[in-house]
Design a protein around this ligand. Structure first.
Ligand SMILES: Cc1cc2nc3c(=O)[nH]c(=O)nc-3n(C[C@H](O)[C@H](O)[C@H](O)COP(=O)(O)OP(=O)(O)OC[C@H]3O[C@@H](n4cnc5c(N)ncnc54)[C@H](O)[C@@H]3O)c2cc1C
Length: 296
């Protein structure tokens, strides 16, 4: 740990110790992280990855923490946050966005510049990096439809540029490897008026507020959509709407969302996830794969 901190100080890379993960995730679950690191550029990210490789230290990357379930005991592995890679620019080639930019801000920026097609991203509470890693999507759109290329630091600490084709996107999946830090991405869309784009955003936001339990902490849809089904419908048909394990609950508003009613623990949430999976499997023969990344 001291060796890592010495390196960070030498390289002028911002860090914090003993950070509550409940405060960094939308689930509001998780104990203290020993070390959180905030590189602000591709160069800093590359130096960091090379250093971790040299000392053979594993690490985990976090964007906005909106798809993560963290343990109550906290995490000893260093966490690399992308929030300081927070730049946005517009040119004829499209919109260049840093990994830490929120998808809402990206979508608003596109609206200001009359670029439509990114409206569906507005209500997804993630970052550009997390959105690309997850191939985030909503209302018929997926980030892969508006991405042109991305720039990341691979696990050897080298810069890697990926075109859309090289991403090999599929449902909630991209070819960004775990440990590779996506630093920025270039987006394009279709020409539209800012007023029209804002209307689309408002409509998507209305639909989201009507259907989703946004008043409670969650990580969005807990499970991926199984082929030919909707996870929420299967869970509801098992009679699990509103079912609770402590403060972890299947939302009464949308059964695809597992929510934190206040003080849910990691143990309660993982128990509820397993219980839901088992019930759906025994009643319908369908395995619900978690969309949420669960750290151990
Ligand atoms: C209320 C709510 C609604 C939601 N609605 C939707 C929705 O409609 N559609 C949807 O797809 N998702 C939705 N989500 C889930 C979540 O917002 C998305 O998965 C989002 O893309 C995650 O981005 P993030 O920055 O929060 O990533 P994190 O949760 O921080 O991380 C998720 C994964 O991405 C990796 N990662 C993050 N940043 C990088 C990076 N720069 N480089 C490499 N790897 C990285 C992490 O290591 C981790 O494996 C919702 C979540 C909530 C809470």
């Amino acid at each position: 740990m001291e060796g890592i901190i010495g390196f960070l100080q030498n390289e002028n890379i911002r860090f914090r110790t003993q950070v509550s993960l409940a405060s960094c995730t939308t689930f509001r679950i998780g104990g203290p992280a020993d070390l959180c690191i905030y590189p602000s550029s591709l160069e800093q990210a590359a130096a960091l990855v090379r250093f971790f490789k040299k000392i053979e230290c594993t690490y985990f990357i976090i964007g906005k923490g909106s798809n993560l379930l963290m343990p109550d005991e906290g995490v000893r592995t260093p966490l690399v946050f992308t929030e300081s890679m927070d730049f946005l620019s517009f040119s004829e080639g499209g919109i260049q966005a840093g990994a830490g930019v929120s998808l809402a801000r990206l979508s608003n920026f596109a609206a200001e510049h009359g670029i439509g097609g990114l409206e569906f991203l507005h209500g997804i509470p993630g970052s550009v990096g997390g959105g690309v890693f997850m191939n985030a999507g909503a209302y018929g759109g997926e980030i892969s439809q508006v991405l042109q290329e991305s720039v990341s630091v691979n696990r050897n600490g080298e810069k890697q540029v990926r075109t859309l084709a090289e991403h090999a996107f599929s449902y909630r999946h991209s070819s960004v490897a775990p440990g590779e830090i996506l630093c920025s991405a270039l987006f394009t869309g279709v020409s539209d008026t800012p007023e029209q784009i804002r209307e689309h955003i408002a409509e998507f936001d209305r639909r989201r507020r009507a259907k989703q339990p946004l008043e409670y902490p969650s990580a969005g849809s807990t499970f991926k959509r199984p082929k030919g089904y909707f996870a929420g419908q299967l869970i509801e048909k098992c009679g699990l709407k509103g079912f609770r394990v402590g403060d972890a609950q299947v939302s009464e508003k949308h059964a695809g969302f597992l929510i934190n009613r206040g003080h849910a623990t990691y143990a309660e949430m993982t128990e509820l996830i397993s219980l839901v999976q088992n019930r759906v499997l025994s009643q319908f023969g369908v395995y619900l794969e978690p969309e949420v990344k669960i750290l151990k």
